[in-house]
Structures are given as structure tokens and as C-alpha cells.
Design a protein around this ligand. Sequence first.
Ligand code: SF4
Length: 221
Amino acid sequence: MVEFLRVTEIFHSIQGESTWAGLPCTFVRLTGCPLRCTWCDTTYAFHGGERMTLDAIVARVREIGTPLVELTGGEPLVHRGAFDLAARLLDLGYTVLVETSGAVDVAPLDPRAHKIMDLKCPGSGEGERNLWSNLDHVGPGDEVKFVIADRADYEWAREVVRSRGLDERVRDGRLSTILFSPVWDQLDFQELAAWILEDRLPVRYQIQLHKVIWGANVPGV
Ligand code: SF4
């Protein structure tokens, strides 16, 4: 059991992504990420942070009081203690979401947690980092996300959805959903919508709701 984690921020906000979007949520943002996506909107979480005990983190989550908690980063799963924290919060009855880059092994994560797992498109500059074996460890409660910067990213994501059978997995309930999200300020929202509709892709289009409410790149919202 790891007793400490490095934490950038713990805050109360509206969940802005995934099928959980719109719900009040407590975010635990852990510090550090081994990736450097070109369009990353949380670079402030790469360094710094405060060393906190798991007890102190859980106490802060309890104080905020939402039933929904997300572990995010950075990349939360580079911390061994993140797996312990997820299990502790689940034991306490919280619904736990884990936002992860897709580059770190998710297999050891408590299966009660809901993974929101990126597959990095080429435009992120980190496409080589996708750990494809992670697709064996996402299930009915989990979501796979593509953040799309341009038409090349879209075509890559469409190919992955089809060739890896993600569309079939959603259809028969082995995967909760596939998220397609435009890079904010980079890809025209209507253009992505048109491509999805034209191809009849069984994906869920999402726009980062927290940015609609508070603006882009605002820490702690
Ligand atoms: S994985 Fe996430 S936190 Fe890390 S660089 Fe990419 S977008 Fe930023």
C-alpha cells in the first residue's frame, strides 16, 4: 500500500466529458505525465503538486461530498498509489472514474472503476505510445476516447474503431461507448459532426462541457 500521492489539485466541478458529463463531480488531479500531447490542456499538472497522504485525499473528497469522483492528471496511473486510492474510494461507495492516456497498463485497476481511456491519434504526437493490450481490459463500464485534431486523425480513429471491433463491442454491450472529441480551438466542431454523420459511425460526439461553461485552459474547474 502506497500512502502518499503527489496532487496538483482537488476540486469540485461539473464533469465535462464522457457519458458522465453534466454531473457534479470531485476531481483528484495527480501530478506528472510521461506523455507530451501537442494539444495538452493540463500542462500545469506536469510538475509541482503537493505530497498528500491517501487519508488526507479521502478526507478532502468526503468534505466536498459528491458521489462521483474522477482520478485524473497528468496521467494518474503512473502512480502506484492511484490504484490504492481508487479501491479505497470504491470501498467507501463512491463511483470512481479514471481518466487515463491509454499508454499505461490499466489491468491492475479495480474493475469497479470506470476507465475513460484515450487512444492517442497521430496528431497528438504520441500515437506510438498507445498500449494496445489495454483494449483487453476495458469492459461494459468503460469508455474509449479519441481526441481528434484534423481529418487525418479522424480517419485514423475511424479505422481503429472498425478494425479493432470497438463498434461491435459497443453494439453488444462489451464496451460502454466510444467518444470522439474535437481538439478545442483546432478542429471545427461542425466539421467533425458532419464526418461522423456521413460515415454513420456508432460513436458519441462530445465537446468539453467545462470549457463551454468556464472557457479553455482554466485550472480547477
Ligand atoms: S496524456 Fe493527458 S496529461 Fe499527458 S500530455 Fe497527453 S493530454 Fe496532457
